[in-house]
Design a protein around this ligand. Structure first.
Ligand SMILES: Cc1ncc(COP(=O)(O)O)c(C=O)c1O
Length: 361
């Protein structure tokens, strides 16, 4: 039977809630009342059959690309789906990083692609090793998929490595899909999109994670114009036209992007500092430390068993604190915690993780 669901999404929608919610990946909500926008200007319908021109332009300007390369989508979720579905045929080989954000794998399985994996190794700081990628591609590989920043670890892949991945893809006639939804969490010297590295790069992103406006579902794909057109045609089968008030508010968000980004930056920074101090004092947990990003992926020491699920269940039921089980990233002895929502909540969540660990000793 064809794969038609995401266990992670279901868990996230039904099992992740807690008073101290560290199962997040995006920053705090940006309140509509603080967005400088005249709500009387909102309209319900508009001229947006294959994208609303002012929004296409705003996305294109943000990335320094031609609007013909921009495909609007309902969040990065639909962006990833459209991108992979437009590129892959049934049985095509797709090479996906491990660990990976679960729904990316779900999409590949749904499309009945032939899924291959390459490892990012914890002992190597979760970095992408181009030699490993090279050893995993075959002449049949159509697509290589990575996230940058990496979800769950927030590790940044440098441009030099992305170029090497591009070279590998080009040598076998494949494309590289880079999910950059977390890239703008690099608050200083923010790297430009990898779309500029060559025609083999296809990029997905959105305003959902780092800008606090997930409810607008403003996502997009950057692709070469012919492929972009294929994706717009494919989207006709799904959402036909976008929600126009969402497009208008997204244009307003683009006009004040720095305001939105800075709004949560200090929370992310404060949370990261707390996390670093916490990990130094917590021998049962180890995590690769990153300079940027809204997620971290600690490993629970083997004294607590090789699976963090029981620990996380106890953390939620007895300490009202949640984190994402590593099994959703195929690494069950890890779990993911999210920064950037509310520092008091984050601090107390860490405190409760400590209590839960002490209780299990
Ligand atoms: C790597 C990655 N891609 C895509 C998504 C989906 O994002 P969106 O809310 O924009 O659909 C997420 C959400 O957690 C994610 O972590």
């Amino acid at each position: 039977m064809r794969h038609k669901h995401s266990d992670y999404m279901q868990w996230s929608k039904t099992q992740s809630r807690a008073q101290f919610n560290l199962a997040t990946s995006g920053v705090a909500s940006f309140p509509l009342r603080e967005l400088p926008v005249d709500l009387k200007e909102l309209e319900i319908n508009g001229d947006d059959s294959y994208g609303y021109a002012p929004l296409q332009q705003a996305i294109a300007t943000h990335h320094g690309v031609d609007p013909d390369c921009v495909v609007e989508s309902a969040g990065t979720s639909m962006a990833n789906h459209l991108a992979m579905a437009a590129i892959l045929e049934t049985g095509d080989e797709v090479l996906i990083e491990h660990p990976v954000y679960g729904p990316i794998l779900d999409i590949a399985h749904y499309l009945e692609a032939n899924v291959k994996r390459f490892r990012r190794r914890e002992e190597n700081g979760w970095a992408i090793d181009p030699a490993e990628v090279r050893s995993c591609v075959t002449p049949k590989t159509r697509l290589i998929v990575i996230t940058n920043l990496h979800n769950p670890t927030s590790v940044l892949t440098p441009e030099s490595v992305l170029r090497e991945i591009g070279d590998i893809a080009r040598s076998i006639g494949a494309l590289v899909l880079v999910d950059e939804v977390y890239l703008d969490a690099v608050y200083e010297n923010t790297p430009r999109t990898s779309f500029h590295l060559g025609p083999e790069f296809v990029v997905t992103s959105s305003l959902t994670k780092i800008y606090g406006v997930s409810g607008l579902r403003c996502g997009w794909i950057l692709a070469q114009p012919d492929l972009a057109w294929k994706m717009r045609r494919l989207n006709d089968l799904y959402s036909a036209t976008p929600v126009h008030p969402g497009e208008l508010l997204s244009v307003a968000a683009f006009q004040h992007l720095d305001l939105l980004r800075e709004n949560a930056r200090w929370i992310v920074d404060a949370d990261r500092k707390l996390l670093r101090d916490f990990l130094k004092k917590q021998p049962s947990l180890t995590a690769v430390s990153t300079e940027w990003g809204t997620t971290s992926f600690p490993r629970l020491s083997s004294d607590h068993g090789r699976n963090a699920d029981a620990f996380l269940e106890c953390l939620r039921s007895q300490f009202d604190t949640s984190a994402v089980p590593g099994r959703f990233f195929e690494m069950p002895d890890h779990f993911r915690i999210g920064m950037g929502v509310k520092t008091e909540m984050f601090a107390e969540g860490l405190n409760r993780i400590s209590c839960a660990i002490s209780q299990r000793r």
